[in-house]
Design a protein around this ligand. Sequence first.
Ligand SMILES: C[S@@+](CC[C@H](N)C(=O)[O-])C[C@H]1O[C@@H](n2cnc3c(N)ncnc32)[C@H](O)[C@@H]1O
Length: 282
Amino acid sequence: MKKSSNPVCHNRRAHDIHAGKYEYKHSEIYNEYEQSRLKRELSEFLANIPENQPLILDLGCGVGNLAIKLALQGAKMVGGDLSENSLQLLKEKCRNAVGFAVMDAQKLPFADNTFDAVCAYSLLHHVPDYLASVSEMLRVVRKGGLIYLDHENLDSVFSPDADMVEYYKKTRKTIFRKLNELFVTGDLFSTELYSSVFKRLFVNHRHKREGDLHVFADDHVKWEKVEAVALERGCRKLYVKDYLLYRPFGKDSVGLHKKYNQKLADMRTLVLTKCVPETDNF
Ligand SMILES: C[S@@+](CC[C@H](N)C(=O)[O-])C[C@H]1O[C@@H](n2cnc3c(N)ncnc32)[C@H](O)[C@@H]1O
């Protein structure tokens, strides 16, 4: 996997480069609002697992958004990611409370039925064959175990109604904020930024700096396909929650979120359980 045109290599390189600035750059995730929502969601998720100290794989764990919260709530965590730099930061942050290994989500280095649960937050759009990755998660979770998927790209993002367009417009990052972010992260002075812009303009108009793949109207992560793979493999939906991601931009972002959250959703949390089948599915 040497070619930089290989999406897996591009993802690894991009996340290695951005690991140290990931939290700052992703203020839509690393803000009080979204962090509190996630903590609540993860507690509810853990309440569905009978073990006191379940063994959980956080796939595409990055710098530990889910892994650290779950470890703090008593889970034995393994973080898996392509990016060694992200895993190194995770290791430093949690002082080895989380085990970790470099891996490609499309082919997991674990035996069948290893984990009590597998979770992935904002991973699938990076994975060339994201359905293979879902299959792998289902393979390595034990029978009766759980899968937690949190992801955007509901169809509503790609064919937004007037309210959604309005919400996005009101919470858009200003040019000043974008420039400031590039300045603070040092990206403004990095050749990588300009080579990315060049690639996007002249080589591949779908090139994304952070290796996003399935984020286009004609090719985005489809929840129906994820569910179809899960059902085929003998899983059942435990619960699903749609929500509107809080965007900490614009004036009165809290008030705006409260208002639009009542009628809009652009994210989904899906929790599946691997049923104990009469005949072995795997
Ligand atoms: C958008 S970040 C999300 C990180 C983390 N889950 C969070 O909630 O902040 C996507 C992560 O997936 C990882 N990733 C991308 N492609 C992957 C693959 N094929 N296998 C494993 N990890 C991958 C990236 O390195 C990155 O850390």
